[in-house]
Design a protein around this ligand. Structure first.
Ligand code: NAI
Ligand code: MG
Length: 357
């Protein structure tokens, strides 16, 4: 029997609620089908930990995580701790040193869910966004001088390396090749950003030569928002920089019905380090503690984790169970216009797992 060690890091706000639900669902899945076993260990890192210890995670935190097969992450962010502290202190403190350079964000309109776009059916919107996750605009380069003075200056420098761009392009072309349409859109802004983005375009063309079976095109990021909204059918796999894909994937999540549904994987494709799986939403303090957080993004995320672990049939079963539940409007949480609770949705997915054969 395959056995996997999973580090659960619920983090802050609704992260705690949805990860608890996700662990329950995964345990139910493992129990129902056998064949594999999941050993969860939970870590209380995040803003509560920060208030007690002045850091978001202990100094040896990453060392501890290295022995795990995967990380199941909730969200970070608290009203009384600056967002750059929570993000850099925990989420990016894991992503960056673990070289999780490929951030993968599938987007689909799940059964029973109505997207905000008129005339766009489920079959019209089926994308995978590949986000460069290690450099670009979020490389962390820059600084501030003359703080508080009128001449204060701040720089935020984007970093694009040939190695970094090449590996994400290869990864994106591989994803595109693995999907039926074999279609890739490379997002860029090489009209205005004439150094990094021009190199990005050149490398895309170089890598494309190795993938003659993949059809690809290029879009400026601003025009891309219109194409996603007006012609979603024309897109399949999408690759973009750290910042551009961050923004586009929130748009994608909204177009597919709700931020509460969208999953993501932060992958170290070479598997030198554990990869991290998380819903794309944040800690949502506006609904924390109300028991109404949509856990579907966290469940879908779990299917990506199972696939990464090599448990594809289990991943497919879990996806079937999720889709059976989203198909029922009575099981929609308030973000989807319903009145179901996290508890009810979780129980329903567990029920669907038991009912599936
Ligand atoms: P958010 O994603 O937490 O919430 C945006 C809106 O969507 C809110 O109205 C929220 O109630 C709703 N929402 C999000 N997830 C939901 C779910 N599962 N079910 C139902 N409704 C859901 O983003 P916001 O408000 O901009 O940020 C709140 C905090 O989260 C901030 O501290 C921010 O820095 C942090 N954050 C952390 C992320 C991460 O850990 N990966 C990602 C995004 C934000
Ligand atoms: Mg974001």
């Amino acid at each position: 029997m395959n056995s996997y060690k999973i580090a659960a890091i619920p983090g802050d706000g609704i992260g705690k609620e949805v990860i608890a639900a996700g662990v329950e669902v995964l345990q139910a899945l493992a129990a129902r089908y056998g064949g594999f076993k999941l050993d969860f260990e939970s870590f209380d890192w995040g803003s509560d930990y920060y208030r007690k210890h002045g850091v978001m995670m202990p100094e040896n935190g990453r060392e501890t995580l290295k022995s795990f097969d995967a990380i199941y992450f909730g969200a970070v962010g608290a009203p009384d701790v600056p967002d750059h502290v929570t993000l850099w202190g925990l989420r990016l403190a894991i992503c960056q040193p673990f070289d999780q350079y490929a951030n993968v964000r599938p987007t689909r309109i799940l059964p029973g869910i109505e997207g905000p776009l008129r005339n766009v059916a489920a079959k019209d919107l089926d994308w995978v966004i590949v986000r460069e996750n290690s450099e670009g605009e979020y490389a962390g380069q820059g600084g501030r001088s003359h703080r508080g003075l009128p001449e204060e200056v701040a720089t935020e420098v984007s970093i694009f390396t040939r190695a970094g761009v090449t590996r994400i392009m290869r990864f994106a072309f591989e994803v595109a090749r693995s999907r039926p349409r074999k279609l890739l859109t490379v997002v860029t802004k090489s009209n205005a950003q004439r150094h990094g983005m021009v190199m990005w375009d050149e490398i895309a063309a170089e890598v494309a030569a190795d993938y003659p079976d993949v059809t690809w095109d290029k879009m400026l990021v601003d025009a891309m928002t219109m194409r996603m909204t007006l012609k979603p059918q024309s897109l399949d796999t999408i690759v973009a920089t750290n910042l551009h894909a961050d923004i586009l994937s929130d748009l994608a999540a909204a177009l597919a019905g709700s931020l509460g549904i969208a999953p993501t994987a932060n992958l170290n494709p070479e598997r030198r380090f554990p990869s991290m799986f998380e819903p794309i939403h944040g800690s949502a303090f506006d609904i924390t503690g109300k028991g109404i957080a949509n856990p579907v993004g966290t469940f879908w995320t779990a299917t990506m984790m199972l696939e990464h672990l090599g448990e594809k049939p289990a991943a497919e079963r879990l996806m079937r169970a999720i889709e059976r539940v989203t198909a029922d409007p009575l099981l929609h949480t308030p973000d989807l216009g319903g009145s179901a609770t996290t508890r009810q949705v979780t129980d329903a997915v567990i029920g669907a797992i038991h009912g599936d054969n």
